[in-house]
Design a binder for this molecule. Sequence first.
Ligand code: GTP
Ligand code: MG
Length: 365
Amino acid sequence: MSTGAVVVLVIFILVSAYYVNRTRAERKRQVETSDSETLQLDSGEVEAKLEHEEHDSPKVESVLERFTRGLARSSASIGGALSSVFSRSAIDESLYEELEEALLGADVGVRTSTAMVDAVREKVKSQKIKDPQELMPLLRDAVSDVFDPASASMCPSVDGEPYVILVVGVNGAGKTTTIGKLAAMFSAQGKKVLLGAGDTFRAGAIEQLKVWADRSGADFVAHQEGADPAAVLYDALEAAKARGCDVVICDTAGRLQAKKTLMNELSKVHKVVGKAVTGAPHEVLLVLDGTTGQNALSQGRIFGEVAGVTGVVVTKLDGTARGGVVIAINGELGLPVKFIGIGEKVDDLRPFDANSYVDALLADG
Ligand SMILES: Nc1nc2c(ncn2[C@@H]2O[C@H](COP(=O)(O)OP(=O)(O)OP(=O)(O)O)[C@@H](O)[C@H]2O)c(=O)[nH]1
Ligand SMILES: [Mg+2]
C-alpha cells in the first residue's frame, strides 16, 4: 500500500471514531435530560440504558409498527379468522355466516356485525363480485364507515380559560394512567397542564397521580384523602385560572355504573366544575378497559347518560384478542373513541385514527 493510501486510511479511521463518540455522547445527553421515565436515572443507569438500546434495539420502531404490535393479539385472532373466510371457494350463505361469527368473536357487537355483513352483501350484489378474495376491501370500507373522523379529534383550546377534561370510569379501567399519558402528550405540545386529584376515595390514588404529574411536568392540586372531590376540582380549576394553565385534567374515583349514589356524585362534580370555568367540563372522557368485552358497552350506556360522556378511551388493547370492541363502542353506543391505550408506558396512548386501526386490526387477514 502506498504512503498516500495509508494516510487516507488513518484519516478515515480517526474521523469515524470522532463521529461514533459524538453520536454516543449526544444520545447520552438526550437520555439524561429527555423522557420522563429516565428522570430518576443515575449515570450508571444511563450507561446501562444506552447499552440496552445499542444492543437490544438496533432499529427504532415506527409509529405504525408500535401500533400494530400493540394490537397484535387482536390482529392475529381476527385476521386469522378472516383469512379462513376469504380463502373459501365461493361466496355463499355459509361464508356470510362465518364472516359474522368472526366479527362477533372479536367483540364487534351483534348490531354492528350484522350491519357490516349486510353492507358487504350489498356491494357483492351491486358489483357482481364472485371471488371471496375480493371481499377484504369491502370489509375494510364497512369498518371504516362505522367511524366518523371529525368526532374523534380533540382540540383542547378555549379563549383565555383552561380547557377542562373530566375522566370517569369503573375501578381499574386505566383512568389515572391515561391522565398521565395525556398530560405528557399535551406538555410535549407546549401546553401548560394541571392535574386535579378528584379521586379522594382510594388509598394511594393521590400519590399515584402526583407521580404522573411529576413525570409529565404538570402542575398538581390535591386535598387530603376523604375530601369532597367536587371541592378539590373546584380548587384545581381556580388554581389553573390563576396560573394561566391551558389544560386541566380531572381524575375521579372508580365507580360501578350500577351504584346510584356514586353516579350522582359525578353529576355534582360536573355542576361544580361548570361553576369554576364557564362551559366546563369541555370533555368528559369515559375510560373503558378493552379486555372487559361486552361489559364495556353496558358501562358506556350508563356513564353516557349520567356523566354526559363526550368521548371514550379504550385501554389495554395490547392485552386482548378482541380489539373489535372499539368498533362496537362507535357502532352500538354512538360514542366516539378518541384515544386507545396499547400499553402501560407514557407513550402508549394513541389518538384514535380509524385507518391505522383498521390496517393494524386486519393486518393478518
Ligand atoms: N397493558 C396495559 N395496561 C394498562 C393500560 N392502561 C392502564 N393499564 C394498567 O391498568 C392498571 C390500572 O390502571 P389505573 O390507571 O390505576 O386505573 P384507574 O382506572 O385509575 O383505577 P382506579 O383509580 O382504582 O379506579 C395499572 O396497572 C395500569 O398500568 C394499557 O393501555 N395497557
Ligand atoms: Mg385511578
